[in-house]
Write a protein that binds this ligand. Structure first.
Ligand code: NAP
Length: 320
C-alpha cells in the first residue's frame, strides 16, 4: 500500500476493479477530460487553419508496453494510450482481469493484447517483452508499473516478505528495462516510465520495504537514463501520491461508504489539493511524459501527488 494511504486502508491487490475502473472506455475518455479532442474532432474557429498539434492520435500506431495493467493505474494508462491510437501490450498475473481489460479496449475500437506474465520471473518478463515487440513492431514506449504494497515494521516482516516486495517492485522493473532496452537500441529511440511512489520521498514508520523498493526504482532510472540517453532513449520515474485503486481501497466496501471515506481522508492527508488522485489523472501524466512534449526530460523523478510531499499537515490537538 502506498504510505499516504496507510493510515486507514489495507492493500488488496486481488480486489475487484472499482466502480470507476469499470467505466466504459468512452466514459473513460470523458473522465480523462479528453472529450472529442481525443478523437480528433476538436472544433476550430471558422476559417482558421486546423491546429497542427492536437492530442488526437499522439500515439497513433505506436507500440506501448505496460507491466501491471490488470487493474488500477496500469489499466487506466492502457485505456488512455489505446484511446490515442497506440497498440498496447500489457501483462499481469490475473488472466481473467487481463482478458477483461483487453476486451474493453477492443470493444471501444482500440488495439490491445494481454499476456499473462509475472514480473518476478526472468523468463516470463523476457517472453512478454519480446512478444509485444514482435506483435507490434518494436517498443516505442514502456510503462514499468507493476507493484505491490507492504506495510509492516521491519522486526515484524519476514525475509521472504521483504524479498517479495523487492522482487516485484525493484527487480521486476530491472528485468523489464533489461529486456526492453535491446528493442529500443535497435530502433535508436524509446521512452521508459517507471512507477515509483511519493513514498520514495516521504516515508512512514511501516514503509521500510516499500520505500526502499521505490527508491531503488528512482536510482535505476537515473543510472539507466545516463547510459541510454546518448542512444536516444529517455527514462523517467513517476511518483504518484495516494490514488484510488484496489491498492488502497478495502475490498467489498460499498461505493457510497468509500466516497464518504475519501472525502474525509483528503483534507487530513493531502496538503494542497486535499484529495486522493484518480487513476485517470495519473494516466494523463504518464501519457504526457511519454509524448514528444518533453524531449529534454530524462533521469527525472516526477511527483504527481496533489501537493502532499510539498508540505506536512499540522493537525493541532483539540482545544488548542
Ligand atoms: N494507488 C496508490 O496509492 C499508489 C501510489 C503510488 C504508487 N503506486 C504504485 O502504482 C503501481 C500500480 O498500483 P495500483 O495503485 O494501480 O495498484 P493495483 O490496482 O493493485 O495494480 C497493481 C498492478 O500490478 C500488477 N502486479 C503486481 N504484482 C505483479 C507481478 N508479480 N507480476 C505482474 N504484475 C503484477 C497487478 O496485476 P496482477 O495482480 O494481475 O498480477 C496490477 O495490475 C504500483 O507500482 C504501486 O506501487 C500506487
Amino acid at each position: 500500500m502506498d504510505t499516504d494511504a496507510h493510515t486507514a486502508t489495507s492493500a488488496n491487490a486481488d480486489a475487484e476493479p472499482t466502480a470507476m475502473g469499470r467505466r466504459s472506455l468512452l466514459g473513460g475518455a470523458a473522465a480523462l477530460g479528453l472529450g472529442n479532442t481525443a478523437f480528433g474532432t476538436t472544433a476550430h474557429a471558422a476559417g482558421a487553419p486546423p491546429r497542427s498539434h492536437t492530442r488526437a492520435g499522439r500515439f497513433q500506431g505506436k507500440s506501448v508496453l505496460i507491466t501491471g495493467a490488470t487493474s488500477g493505474i496500469g489499466r487506466a494508462v492502457a485505456k488512455a494510450f489505446a484511446l490515442e491510437g497506440a497498440h498496447v501490450g500489457f501483462c499481469g498475473r490475473r488472466a481473467e482481469l487481463g482478458r477483461q481489460v483487453e476486451r474493453e479496449i477492443r470493444d471501444a475500437g482500440g488495439e490491445a493484447t494481454y499476456i499473462e506474465a509475472d514480473v518476478r520471473v526472468d523468463a516470463q518478463v523476457r517472453s512478454f517483452v519480446d512478444r509485444v515487440a514482435s506483435r507490434y513492431g518494436g517498443i516505442d514506449v514502456a510503462f514499468n508499473n507493476a507493484g505491490i504494497g507492504s506495510s509492516k515494521l521491519p522486526h515484524e516482516m519476514s525475509a521472504e516478505e521483504w524479498d517479495d516486495v523487492q522482487a516485484t517492485n525493484a527487480r521486476g522493473v530491472f528485468l523489464a528495462i533489461k529486456y526492453e532496452i535491446p528493442h529500443m537500441l535497435k530502433a535508436q529511440h524509446g521512452v521508459i516510465i517507471c512507477t515509483s511512489s511519493s513514498a520514495a520521498e516521504q516515508a512512514r514508520p511501516n514503509s521500510t520495504a516499500y520505500t526502499a523498493s521505490k527508491r531503488a526504482v528512482q536510482g535505476m532510472v537515473k543510472s539507466a537514463a545516463l547510459a541510454y540517453g546518448p542512444k536516444g532513449i529517455r527514462l523517467n520515474a513517476l511518483l504518484p501520491g495516494t490514488t484510488d485503486t484496489p491498492f488502497v481501497r478495502p475490498p467489498g466496501i460499498p461505493d457510497a461508504d468509500w466516497a464518504k471515506y475519501k472525502q474525509a481522508w483528503g483534507p487530513l492527508n493531502v496538503d494542497g489539493l486535499e484529495r486522493m488522485a484518480e487513476a485517470e489523472e495519473i494516466a494523463r501524466a504518464v501519457l504526457g511524459l511519454a509524448s514528444d512534449d518533453f524531449p529534454y526530460m530524462t533521469g527525472a523523478s516526477i511527483t504527481v501527488d496533489g501537493g502532499s510531499t510539498a508540505g506536512r499537515k499540522m493537525i493541532r490537538p483539540s482545544g488548542t
